[in-house]
Design a protein around this ligand. Structure first.
Ligand SMILES: [Zn+2]
Length: 154
């Protein structure tokens, strides 16, 4: 089983840092083995369901059918995300977050140190210029009287 490391961006609030997404990549044999395990587990559950009265009419065929289905779904999965590492933009400490195999960026989690909400992104969203928006408030004509400092002497 090979592991792939993908560069991602980690965003918290308006701060952005960098992180690494660790992805397990399965070869054909690995996928076949995972599929067989999933199918075996389902069929094992089917066997365990046999002694259950009444429910076994549903459970046994259900698990028997689910075995190849789950196995197929697992066989199709060529890669699965394992964990996300990086530096928290909020507190600056390194973190490691264990992921579900189906979790893909953009995904949300929390910093294990400071509980800041983290967002992992493959690409940074396009944002406007960092300068404040040009929509200035207040117009002309709101000024309090034009006192040009010219005092009339006399
Ligand atoms: Zn943090």
């Amino acid at each position: 089983m090979a592991t792939e490391e993908q560069q991602v961006y980690v965003r918290s609030g308006d701060r952005t840092g960098e992180g690494v997404l660790h992805v397990a990549v399965y070869g054909p044999q690995e996928r076949m083995r995972r599929a067989a395990v999933a199918c075996g587990v389902a069929w094992g559950l089917a066997l365990l369901s046999i002694p259950i009265p009444i429910a076994h009419f549903v459970l046994v065929p259900g698990f028997l059918i689910a075995g190849p289905v789950v196995g197929f779904l697992r066989y199709r999965r060529e890669r699965s995300t394992e964990r996300l590492t990086g530096t928290c933009p909020a507190c600056g400490r390194d973190f490691e977050i264990v992921l579900q195999s189906s979790e893909e960026p953009p995904l949300r989690s929390y910093c294990p140190h400071c509980q800041a909400p983290l967002e992992a992104l493959r690409e940074l969203p396009e944002t406007g210029a960092p300068e404040p928006a040009p929509g200035e408030e207040g117009g002309a004509g709101d000024r309090p009287g034009g006192q040009a400092g010219s005092e009339a002497g006399g």
